[in-house]
Each structure stands twice: as C-alpha cells, then as structure tokens.
Design a protein. Sequence first.
Length: 151
Amino acid sequence: MLEIGTTAPDFTLPDQNGALHSLADYRGQKVILYFYPRDNTAGCTKQACAFGELYPQFREKGAVVLGVSKDSVASHKRFEEKYGLPFTLLSDTEKEVIQAYDVWKEKKNYGKVSMGVVRSTYLIDENGVIVKAFGRVKAAENPAQMLGALE
C-alpha cells in the first residue's frame, strides 16, 4: 500500500465507454479509488453493487467512486450494464496503475500461489493526496467503510 500523506500517482485510463480519465480530472473532489480483481465475480459484484447503492451518499459528501481492474473496456461495459452501476470503471489491462498503487501482489487461493490484484481502496483528497488506505478489504463491507471514512 502507498503511504498516507503522499501524493497519489496520476494516471490516464479508459472507462467502460472508452473515454479517458486521469486522476487530475478530479482535483477539487474527494476520490474513492478502489481496486478489485475481476468483473462479474461474486465478491467484486457485491462490492460494486454496494458502492452503487451508496453512490448518492458519496456524491452528497463531494466524492466520486472509481473502480479499477485489469479487465477490458468491453468487460467493464457489460458489468456496468448488468448491474446498473452509476460510477466509473477504469480498465488497466497493462497493470500500470495497479502496480503504481502497489496492489499487484502474491496471493494464496486454496493453497495455490499466484499474482493478482489484492482488493484495496484509497481515499484521495481534493488536492490529490492519499488520506486513507485500506488493503485486503472485505468486498461487502468496504463501501460502507469508505462512506464512514469521509466523515
């Protein structure tokens, strides 16, 4: 995880519609930047849907939600449409941002070791500084946790 108090690495990635987004585009707003392993898996769907349900409350608090995975733009589009997600999903197929935010790690699953995205969430303030960082988050609880972090 990146350290609290450091400037969040900027990036430019395509969203589920192919439009490019950079972190600098969101200066002046709080950003919930969450990294997840894969579209349409049980945990990732729970997390995304919970962020979607709470999205109006995030907006009331001046925050945007950006989800990042290594899935393609087309995969993100299907995921967004299937669950009616109201926020931006960013495609990092080259894993550049995933690695810059230090969430590409060794994982153990049923005794098998592999590399993958460790579910992690950052709260970035209006000036682009990391103010909270949560690693190995629980998918279903993370959105409410992040809403609380905005208090």
